[in-house]
Design a protein around this ligand. Structure first.
Ligand code: SAM
Length: 243
């Protein structure tokens, strides 16, 4: 999978070099390309924003650098992947569709994703129209119902959620199957050694005995019950929406 990210803060995305995503890149499972939007400005101040037409607070990202950036980034991607390669262009946006695990699963099969990070009040609307008119697949996705300062944090989250589902990225694929949200439910509670732990206040806390029983059938049933109980209590919306 090829991942491009266009941003005015490419250094923000250096975290993609770390941990499992960084290893996936070093192993050749993905390639990550960060681009500074200001590369495609032509004035002394490398301006990417201007005041909103119609008035109002804040600044809006100008369309010209974005159009040039997309032309260059898409050409570079096609040079690597072939002229027929079709990118999915993703704009993190608080007014977009809320990103969920099913979308992460779907997008983990994509060959090429281009992220575009907004800043200020957001990007001139005509950029989306231009890309759609060129026949590109464009998606606006939100991390949740709150507002960040820019799309970079969202790109880190989206990339991690998507790339960890690319086959080979997470060593033990079974660990992806029982996770929260993989089946619309939250994960059961987890325990490790020591089975009997004295916490700093002196209280003795035992792990559930069943987990030490070695009876895999009963353990699976216990976990399924805890998963259902936790989902019902913490996320009644998920519980009500289950198929
Ligand atoms: N004026 C915009 C609005 O009211 O919808 C908010 C702009 S926000 C300050 C700047 C940028 O941060 C957005 O263009 C987007 O890229 C990113 N962003 C903010 N909140 C986000 C969220 N919940 N999910 C994804 N991206 C977000």
């Amino acid at each position: 999978m090829r991942v491009d990210a266009i941003t005015i803060f490419p250094e923000y995305l250096q975290a993609l070099d770390l941990s499992l995503i960084g290893k996936a890149a070093r192993d050749g499972l993905i390639s990550v390309h960060r681009h500074d939007l200001r590369t495609w400005t032509h004035d002394r101040h490398r301006t990417v924003d201007d005041s909103p037409l119609g008035g109002g607070a804040g600044m809006v990202m100008k369309p010209e650098p974005w159009a040039e950036a997309f032309a260059a980034v898409l050409a570079a991607g096609r040079a690597e992947l072939g002229a027929d390669a079709r990118p999915l262009i993703v704009f993190p946006n608080p007014a977009g569709r809320v990103f969920r695990q099913d979308l992460a699963q779907e997008w983990s099969a994509r060959e090429w994703i281009v992220f575009a990070c907004g800043r200020y009040e957001g990007i001139d609307e005509r950029v989306y129209e231009h890309l759609a008119d060129e026949g590109h697949e464009v998606a606006l996705v939100s991390l949740g119902d709150y507002v960040l300062n820019g799309g970079e944090v969202a790109v880190l989250a989206l990339t991690e959620a998507i790339v960890r589902l690319v086959p080979g990225v997470v060593g033990n694929a079974a660990s992806l199957v029982e996770e929260s949200h993989s089946d619309g439910m939250l994960e059961y509670p987890l325990y490790t050694r020591p089975a009997r732990w004295t916490d700093p206040s002196g209280a003795v806390r035992e792990a559930p005995e069943i987990l030490l029983s070695g009876d895999h059938g009963r353990i699976a049933a216990w976990r399924a019950e805890r998963s259902a109980e936790r989902t019902r209590q913490r996320r009644p919306d998920l519980w009500d929406a289950r198929g």
